[in-house]
Design a protein around this ligand. Sequence first.
Ligand SMILES: *[C@@H]1O[C@H](CO)[C@@H](O)[C@H](O)[C@H]1NC(C)=O
Ligand SMILES: *[C@@H]1O[C@H](CO)[C@@H](O)[C@H](O)[C@H]1NC(C)=O
Ligand SMILES: *[C@@H]1O[C@H](CO)[C@@H](O)[C@H](O)[C@H]1NC(C)=O
Ligand SMILES: *[C@@H]1O[C@H](CO)[C@@H](O)[C@H](O)[C@H]1NC(C)=O
Ligand SMILES: *[C@@H]1O[C@H](CO)[C@@H](O)[C@H](O)[C@H]1NC(C)=O
Ligand SMILES: *[C@@H]1O[C@H](CO)[C@@H](O)[C@H](O)[C@H]1NC(C)=O
Ligand SMILES: *[C@@H]1O[C@H](CO)[C@@H](O)[C@H](O)[C@H]1NC(C)=O
Ligand SMILES: *[C@@H]1O[C@H](CO)[C@@H](O)[C@H](O)[C@H]1NC(C)=O
Ligand SMILES: *[C@@H]1O[C@H](CO)[C@@H](O)[C@H](O)[C@H]1NC(C)=O
Ligand SMILES: *[C@@H]1O[C@H](CO)[C@@H](O)[C@H](O)[C@H]1NC(C)=O
Length: 405
Amino acid sequence: MYTKELLAAVAAFGLFSGAAAVGCKDDPVKINNQADADQISKCKSVDNDIVLDANAGPAIDLGGSLTEIKGSLIVKSNGYIQTLQSSSLQTIGNIFQLQNVTTLNSVIFPKLGEVGSIDWSTLPRLPEPTFGTPGITKANSVSIQDTFIQNLNGINVQEVTDLMLANNRRLTKFSSSIKTLSNVMVISANGLDLDVEVPNLQWIANMTIANVSSFSIPSLHTVNGSMRFDSNYFDSFIAPNLTEFQDGDLSFVSNPKLTNISFPQLEKIGGGMTIANNTQLEKIDGFNSLKEIGGAIIMRGSFDSIDLPALEDVVGTAQFISTGNITESCDKLNEYSGGVIQGKITRCKGGDAGANNDTSGAPSGDDGDNGSGNDNDHSAASLAGVSMPTLVSLASVAGLVAMFL
Ligand SMILES: *[C@@H]1O[C@H](CO)[C@@H](O)[C@H](O)[C@H]1NC(C)=O
Ligand SMILES: *[C@@H]1O[C@H](CO)[C@@H](O)[C@H](O)[C@H]1NC(C)=O
Ligand SMILES: *[C@@H]1O[C@H](CO)[C@@H](O)[C@H](O)[C@H]1NC(C)=O
Ligand SMILES: *[C@@H]1O[C@H](CO)[C@@H](O)[C@H](O)[C@H]1NC(C)=O
Ligand SMILES: *[C@@H]1O[C@H](CO)[C@@H](O)[C@H](O)[C@H]1NC(C)=O
Ligand SMILES: *[C@@H]1O[C@H](CO)[C@@H](O)[C@H](O)[C@H]1NC(C)=O
Ligand SMILES: *[C@@H]1O[C@H](CO)[C@@H](O)[C@H](O)[C@H]1NC(C)=O
Ligand SMILES: *[C@@H]1O[C@H](CO)[C@@H](O)[C@H](O)[C@H]1NC(C)=O
Ligand SMILES: *[C@@H]1O[C@H](CO)[C@@H](O)[C@H](O)[C@H]1NC(C)=O
Ligand SMILES: *[C@@H]1O[C@H](CO)[C@@H](O)[C@H](O)[C@H]1NC(C)=O
């Protein structure tokens, strides 16, 4: 009788490929059990995907000679595997995918340094993946959703296109060495005390941050697109080094503890600016360098003063509405209407009990509402004024949120 090893060796030479054996060149390499994994562990490199069967487990070890998978490593809808490991694997060229693997509680890859992308979701038993030091230093995108993960220390990527961390209810700290992020970062609905620190982040295309308790971006210098903070629990927010939003929006909506927003160096917001329903925010005084806004301004809340001392050019409209008394601020701001604020101030009014009821965002660009009258139907006006890119981005945010549910 042929041994499995012999069959695998034959298959590896491309002379034979039978259902009974797996070989380095299979496409894809299908792993049904540890015997298959033992065969594949003898390959130095696998060109195609490695796919674990839904019943592979309870432990699969790909350690041995295997250092590289040029395709993906895929485990999907497997309710049996508990441990997945490899002491030798260094690179996964495409996706490291773990999806709906409900019994997995241990992922151990001490040599893994580079992956095309990480796509993990529905891993309700996985507390902490084990990587080496420095761990994963290269990945184009990282998406980790709906897991039991408490700690992501082994993910030390510096340049990524996308980062998505959502519904990881145990995650209470995310500290990352990311320097640049070229598409979008979404952090939402993780542990209720999630502290996020991204000390080396220099520029980021877009970010959407919700439900975090602290957020630190000391080096962030440029946002190419938009930055949005919804329903967070921090009491103060500072972006000490941020100078511009090249062409997107800045938005803070419904952050119930926020008392201080500070952007001391910010000079330009390419799109619109929205500050709404942050009910503890008494003063808007953290924008002392802000000169230029490419879209509209919406500020609604419970503040009693608004200070935008450096403002030189706002392309869209502006509205300032508060439950508090902003008469003095309005007197000053109204001098900007029609000049500095090209689209005019459509409304500046205090003592409005409903000021926090409307959380719709400011239009991103120069749009239909050019201040031609309707200053009372504020919610309709601000929605009617939403430009296409904003609708698209609001729609995509809604899509993302739906994905999390
Ligand atoms: C998740 O995996 C289980 C098997 O463990 C399967 O029965 C179930 O249909 C999968 N769910 C989804 C949404 O794929
Ligand atoms: C974002 O802006 C920075 C600084 O201007 C620039 O170096 C980077 O290439 C931009 N990134 C994208 C994706 O546009
Ligand atoms: C998390 O943030 C979302 C907004 O993105 C909000 O709808 C939701 O209520 C928040 N959840 C909690 C528990 O604060
Ligand atoms: C702030 O940004 C500048 C680039 O203009 C950079 O040289 C400096 O190191 C940054 N500061 C911090 C604290 O990262
Ligand atoms: C991210 O920002 C860029 C601008 O730098 C924009 O072109 C792109 O559409 C944005 N992506 C998303 C998903 O919002
Ligand atoms: C807000 O934060 C900034 C930066 O930390 C600080 O300089 C300022 O004094 C704070 N303002 C208030 C009202 O606490
Ligand atoms: C609002 O404040 C102004 C001066 O700061 C004062 O004259 C006015 O009476 C106040 N309005 C209300 C409704 O308290
Ligand atoms: C604002 O919303 C609250 C709660 O939904 C409601 O009770 C109140 O009547 C609203 N106020 C206005 C002026 O619309
Ligand atoms: C305003 O914020 C509070 C607290 O975060 C939230 O409960 C409420 O639903 C928000 N109002 C609107 C209109 O979103
Ligand atoms: C304002 O917009 C309306 C239609 O959107 C247009 O007819 C009108 O000329 C505009 N006014 C100014 C001052 O641009």
